[in-house]
Design a protein around this ligand. Structure first.
Ligand code: 5GP
Length: 139
């Protein structure tokens, strides 16, 4: 069963497509968080960011880079929050990689991504060093 976004790519369900090239598509989110909320996806179906091949990741970033100013200009936004919900535990509902470009305004009161986390872990220097080493060894 293909994802709802693949159905958009295939033209099986309608969407307000605002940009398309060989590997990526951008279209308006059907339930926008703010006017101009746009999704950028690879045409091929990959569930998570680490499933995306390098060349497609390059194209995906190029489209994000192109669309951020286009979206900001279209709605006269002061800024944008640009984010991926990468995996179900992070709130990803559609299992097809998609980047949210959400226009932001000085008075929108939505806060930074940091506002999602009520409590933050207390990590001492040793724990931070260990984490940095571990992540570095896997990069
Ligand atoms: P997620 O929670 O997976 O990061 O975000 C999925 C996004 O896709 C949501 O913001 C939701 O509004 C949007 N969405 C879900 N179904 C459709 C659809 O059929 N068409 C469009 N244009 N957007 C959709």
């Amino acid at each position: 069963m293909s994802t709802i976004f693949t159905q958009i790519v295939e033209g099986e369900i309608p969407a307000r497509i605002v940009y398309e090239d060989e590997t990526t598509v951008a279209f308006l989110d059907a339930n926008p968080l703010s006017p101009g909320h746009t999704l950028v996806i690879p045409k091929d179906e990959y569930e998570r960011l680490d499933d995306v091949p390098d060349d497609v990741a390059t194209d995906l970033y190029a489209t994000i880079h192109r669309m951020v100013p286009a979206v900001e200009d279209a709605v006269d936004a002061d800024a944008t929050t640009v984010a991926f919900n990468n995996g179900e535990a992070a709130g990803q509902e559609v299992p097809h990689v998609h980047c949210h470009i959400v226009p932001r305004f000085e008075d929108d009161d939505a806060g930074p991504i940091h506002a999602m986390f009520g409590q933050r872990p207390e990590l001492d220097d040793d724990e931070l060093d260990e984490l940095a080493d571990d992540i570095e060894s896997r990069a």
